[in-house]
Design a protein around this ligand. Structure first.
Ligand SMILES: NC(=O)c1ccc[n+]([C@@H]2O[C@H](COP(=O)([O-])OP(=O)(O)OC[C@H]3O[C@@H](n4cnc5c(N)ncnc54)[C@H](O)[C@@H]3O)[C@@H](O)[C@H]2O)c1
Length: 383
């Protein structure tokens, strides 16, 4: 019988019950944390209307996650788009006086406990650094962490200096199916983990930032030691130090425990494959997990669907309560950025292996044509 995912720790490979007790409902002594959001567009507030029934378990947007979490209250939002801000206010009951077109004014006036940043990557570090400088103690930032290693280093230093806790929205880190997959790998029942693949054709910043994090989760957060890339649209995407378009990336990531992870461009939905000595452990999309032994036996790993967004928020709440560190943290976010920029450096250097830790990376994501997306205010009905 699998343990209840409401009470198990997804990061403990043996599934020991200990996490999330701090977030149980009904305890009036528990502090209610005030959350505010910068970027009230799709992932910030409305993506639930697009993904219902398509994979992610709801709630999925930051706002819907705060609404569902017993320990948080969404008190304010900031966006440059007044029309989107108004819809956000209507949907989440945030009054006009708490809707801001200037994120600085919102942070200084509202002094939130938790700040979400659901802007595009090149619009993230400025907001996060201002929040840290102005007393915010917990950040939920979208992925990837930021747009350059210069920014990543500044964020790492600022979080450590000010004791700020940060989780990045690589949701599968909080998804119980992947925790079970990791538990099966770590059990040793199938021998040593030898290689990992993620099969999916996606772009580096928008999609593969997710995959890099999940590969790290499946490999027990082992340290990466080098990366090597091939980007079919690399020459058009990288101009000097400017990454002007989000490149489709294939490549290798090598880890200190001798595991090699392969980024394979396959059309269609994504799948992760963990090759152990006597079995292949697989995620087909985000809702089916199975173990395939060498003699052809296939066993499904059952899991209970829960909202990874709510779990991510609960994790931040737990860290604020205890003064401890969250399960993701600035460390996971920084190391994700380091692999991402090592892959970009590799492409820039004609596919050379690039050592990690990455030093002196001067590349920066400066997209030429990445405007804000139009949120869907009503559920999208798929034909
Ligand atoms: N975790 C996930 O599964 C997931 C899913 C979708 C998107 N994302 C990520 O979320 C981020 C946002 O993507 P999106 O599709 O929601 O984009 P979006 O364009 O819908 O939303 C971004 C919003 O930020 C606002 N904004 C930008 N700069 C701002 C500033 N300085 N002050 C105030 N508001 C500002 C824009 O006006 C826009 O409304 C991206 O990094 C994307 O990769 C993550």
């Amino acid at each position: 019988m699998p343990l209840s995912h409401q009470t198990r720790d997804p990061f403990d490979p043996k599934g020991i019950v200990r996490a999330y007790a701090h977030t149980r409902a009904g305890d009036s002594l528990m502090k209610q944390y005030r959350a505010a959001l910068v970027g009230v567009g799709r992932m910030g507030a409305f993506i639930d209307n697009e993904v219902a029934g398509r994979g992610p378990n709801l709630p999925y947007s930051h706002s819907a996650g705060y609404e569902a979490c017993d320990r948080t209250e969404l008190i304010a939002g900031a966006d440059m788009r007044a029309d989107v801000l108004e819809k956000f206010g209507e949907r989440y009951g945030v009054p006009l006086e708490r809707q801001y077109t200037d994120f600085r004014q919102m942070i200084v006036t509202e002094q939130p406990d938790i700040l979400s940043i659901a802007t595009q990557p090149h619009q993230r570090a400025e907001v996060a650094l201002f929040a840290i400088e102005n007393g915010v103690k917990a950040l939920y930032v979208e992925k990837p962490l930021c747009a350059s290693m210069v920014e990543a280093n500044a964020l790492l230093e600022a979080c450590e200096k000010r004791g700020v806790v940060l989780n990045m929205g690589t949701n599968r880190r909080w998804h119980p199916g992947y925790a079970d997959m990791r538990a099966a790998i770590a059990s040793g029942d199938y021998g040593r983990l030898v290689a990992l693949t993620i099969n999916h054709r996606g772009t580096l910043f928008n999609t593969q930032s997710h995959w890099i994090d999940t590969l790290r989760v499946l490999n027990g957060d082992a340290e990466a030691i080098w990366a090597q890339a091939y980007m079919a649209n690399g020459p058009e995407s990288i101009h000097g130090d400017d990454v002007v378009d989000d490149p489709y990336t294939e490549g290798l990531i090598a880890f200190e425990n001798d595991v090699i992870a392969h980024l394979v461009a396959r059309p269609g939905g994504h799948s992760f494959h963990a090759f152990c000595e006597t079995a292949e452990i697989v995620a087909l999309g985000d809702n089916r997990f199975e173990i395939r032994t060498a003699d052809g036996e296939v066993t499904e790993i059952p899991y209970e669907p829960v909202s990874s967004t709510v779990r991510l928020i609960e994790d931040l709440v737990g860290a604020l309560d205890s003064g401890g560190v969250p399960k993701g943290g600035i460390d996971a976010a920084y190391k994700n950025a380091e692999i991402l920029f090592a892959l970009l450096e590799s492409e820039k250097r004609a596919g050379a292996r690039v050592a990690i830790p990455l030093v002196d990376s001067t590349l920066a994501f400066r997209p030429a044509n990445l405007g804000p997306r139009q949120p869907k205010y009503e559920p999208v009905v798929k034909a």
